[in-house]
Design a protein around this ligand. Structure first.
Ligand code: NAD
Length: 443
């Protein structure tokens, strides 16, 4: 069955009817990209479908429970001392301990962290894991820092957070420019402060040797693949019900993007373009990921790989393809470029890569978007599995992890699509379902 998105948009209530639709009336140059405004707007649009939701409850669900902001000194390798700022926002603990990644990036702000923490609440609810939402970050540029400096930043940040994190309070995980090594430092620091007890569940995404779960490294990308395959199988995208021979474009070649490239290719797709912060590469016949990975390792970027055409990240978004997977940063498809997107399906592997105004434009063009809280939920799902294994002092085999992940992802896609199809009038359609699309624990 094909859903005519143009009809959906035509029937959609004007955003001006929604309280936080600040960007709706702005002109093209002034789209409101404030992350807090965006998540509240998305929530309002979804909440409009829940009958009898009281104003105060909406306020409660769109306000972070706790925001911790810390400033701390770190000794640099040259003996100088620099101040760093970090945040940890706990959005909600309604469904369990806070859960969410820690990001190291120069553009980290309190508002961005707040918005990302809220997304984690919706994501955990939708995928049905017993966590609330949280997020953290440190304002820093990892590309200019040594490993020793990153270790000292991490240890001091975690010490500053103190008991704001904990195995049953708030549980960090990797995000942009943090990785298994960072998680190992987090665990070790917390463990030093709380000796003589099982602290393994305080953080997920750890190395396997200290309680990490098999399958966690690939989980976000695998979840993304599973969501895409399941969604395509429902025949909601014209002339495309599986990945065999599909042309795929991926923005971001990090923990999520690089593994997604591999998994999509293995699933039968032709990945024609990928990018990183320095730009992208395109090859009509498909990229050879052995060569891409080796080149990236040697040169620090994918740009310049022989036998490929260099494209900018802007151009990458406009490549004609079946599936476009933004797997880097937020607000990559906006009001000013959405009309140039030529994909049939956009899969939000990153958090917030499509703005609300771009959503509406894509919908008018008949382009379906699988939203971040569904598309990248594989990461938190296997983080939950890791947490359970740590509490039980168990290690599951990777087949078991992947089977359970598949079942969670398929179920969440089914719930969202059912809800989408049920909302026949098409009102308030953000992506495939609303961000709070009626699945899992909150629906
Ligand atoms: P990462 O740091 O491993 O990789 C980020 C990639 O984005 C890198 O290739 C980097 O070069 C690229 N990038 C950075 N700035 C860019 C720019 N301006 N334009 C284009 N590319 C740019 O991070 P990751 O863990 O792969 O996370 C990517 C996205 O996925 C983030 O939005 C993150 O919040 C989201 N996410 C990650 C996980 C996870 O398990 N790691 C889980 C859920 C969601």
């Amino acid at each position: 069955m094909y859903i005519d998105e143009r009809k959906i948009v035509k029937d959609r209530p004007s955003l001006s009817t929604l309280k936080s639709s600040k960007c709706a009336g702005d002109d093209a140059q002034h789209e409101d990209l404030d992350p807090v405004h965006i998540y509240r707007q998305q929530f309002q649009r979804a909440a409009a479908h829940i009958k009898g939701l009281k104003r105060g409850i909406i306020d409660f669900l769109t306000s972070p429970k706790r925001t911790v902001s810390v400033c701390f000194p770190v000794e640099m390798d040259d003996g100088s001392v620099r101040m760093f700022r970090g945040y940890r926002v706990l959005h909600s603990r309604l469904l369990g301990a806070g859960k969410g990644g820690i990001r190291y990036h120069p553009t980290v702000t309190r508002r961005e962290t707040t918005a990302l923490a809220a997304l984690m609440t919706w994501k955990c609810a939708l995928i049905d894991v017993p966590f609330g939402g949280a997020k953290g970050g440190v304002v820093c540029d990892t590309k200019t820092l040594s490993e020793a400096e990153l270790r000292r930043i991490t240890r001091r940040f975690i010490t500053e957070l103190g008991d704001n994190i904990g195995p049953h309070a708030d549980i960090p995980a990797p995000d942009m420019y943090t990785n298994e090594q960072t998680m190992a430092w987090i665990y070790d620091t917390y463990h030093m402060l709380h000796p003589d007890r099982n602290n393994l569940p305080v953080v997920t995404g750890k190395p396997i040797s200290i309680g990490g779960s098999l399958g966690r490294r690939e989980a976000t990308a695998r979840g993304c693949l599973l969501a895409t395959e399941r969604f395509l199988s429902k025949k909601l995208v014209p002339h495309r019900d599986n990945l065999s021979g599909a042309r795929v474009v991926i923005q971001g070649y990090g923990q999520v993007g690089a593994i997604a490239a591999d998994l999509f290719r293995t699933a039968g797709a032709t990945v024609v373009a990928v990018s990183d912060s320095q730009g992208g590469i395109y090859r009509e016949a498909g990229l050879d990921f052995g060569k891409v990975a080796a080149y990236k390792k040697e040169h620090g970027t994918v740009v310049g790989l022989p036998d490929t055409r260099t494209v900018t990240n802007e151009e990458l978004m406009e490549i004609e393809c079946d599936v476009l997977v933004p797997a880097a940063i937020s607000s990559q498809i906006r009001r000013d470029n959405a009309h140039r997107v030529k994909a049939k399906l956009v899969v939000e592997a990153a958090n917030g890569p499509v703005t609300p105004d771009a959503d509406a434009i894509l919908a008018r063009k008949g382009i379906v978007v699988i939203p971040d809280i569904l598309a990248n939920a594989g990461g938190v799902t296997v983080s939950y599995f890791e947490w359970v294994q740590n509490i039980d002092n168990e290690q599951w085999d990777v087949e078991h992890v992947n089977r359970k992940l598949l079942s969670k992802m398929y179920r969440a896609v089914d719930v969202v699509v059912d809800r989408w199809l049920t909302l026949k009038d098409g009102q308030c359609r953000r992506h495939v379902g609303s961000r709070w699309g009626g699945g899992g624990r909150t629906g």
